[in-house]
Design a protein around this ligand. Sequence first.
Ligand SMILES: Nc1ncnc2c1ncn2[C@@H]1O[C@H](COP(=O)(O)OP(=O)(O)OP(=O)(O)O)[C@@H](O)[C@H]1O
Length: 233
Amino acid sequence: MAYIEVVKETRTFQNGEQTTVANRDISFEVAQGAVVTILGPSGAGKSTLLNILGGMDSPTSGQVLIDGADVSQMTARQLTTYRRQDVGFVFQFYNLVPNLTARENVELASQITSDALDVDEVLELVGLTHRANNFPAQLSGGEQQRVAIARAVAKKPKLLLCDEPTGALDYQTGKQVLKVIQDAAKQTETTVIIVTHNSAIAQMGDQVIRINDAQVQSVEHNAHPVPLAEIEW
Ligand SMILES: Nc1ncnc2c1ncn2[C@@H]1O[C@H](COP(=O)(O)OP(=O)(O)OP(=O)(O)O)[C@@H](O)[C@H]1O
């Protein structure tokens, strides 16, 4: 059985008379430790899918199996535990706690999970040892995003979900941040899903899932993902 198995996942939203199908019969599989990119235009249904994988939303129908557990069948309480223990999130706008230092932000992860990674090791992994005692406002956007990555990875999540992680960063910084995600994922053997609307970035994935108009358009497996140094956009 694959590590992630999404089977005919459908999510509709009802607003009065209007029904929006955000995800329609989405099916794919992901191997443990893979870096997956989900590519699609605005409104295609990428965030809806990511929210469902992360236990922040539930599908209207279908199955979403993560390491054998069906997230679509979980109660609200089980979903809370799943989000806390098993999922790391990296968002476009970092979401750090402003009055905590970089180190303290990463330490939050060890307060949530019992066997979190060592804070110093994770800060080193993202190249931020020298900024550990700085507050978010004293850090650049790229550095803040690296703190967010460290915080997410420190939990040793089953899944690291990244929603447009370079959306607020300039080109070079964005590239560096993606490399940090890729390196951290490989070193910690974490399965990563990165949502992007940028087809060049998508090529960094071991697997590229294209979504269009709420449906999977194609799933491409890259035996040799493009190294970030060679990706240009
Ligand atoms: N809570 C909601 N209520 C109603 N419609 C929603 C809701 N969330 C998403 N949708 C609709 O579902 C569709 C898919 O939205 P989604 O945010 O998943 O797309 P996306 O691919 O992530 O887009 P973007 O790249 O712009 O973030 C859109 O038509 C959106 O308007």
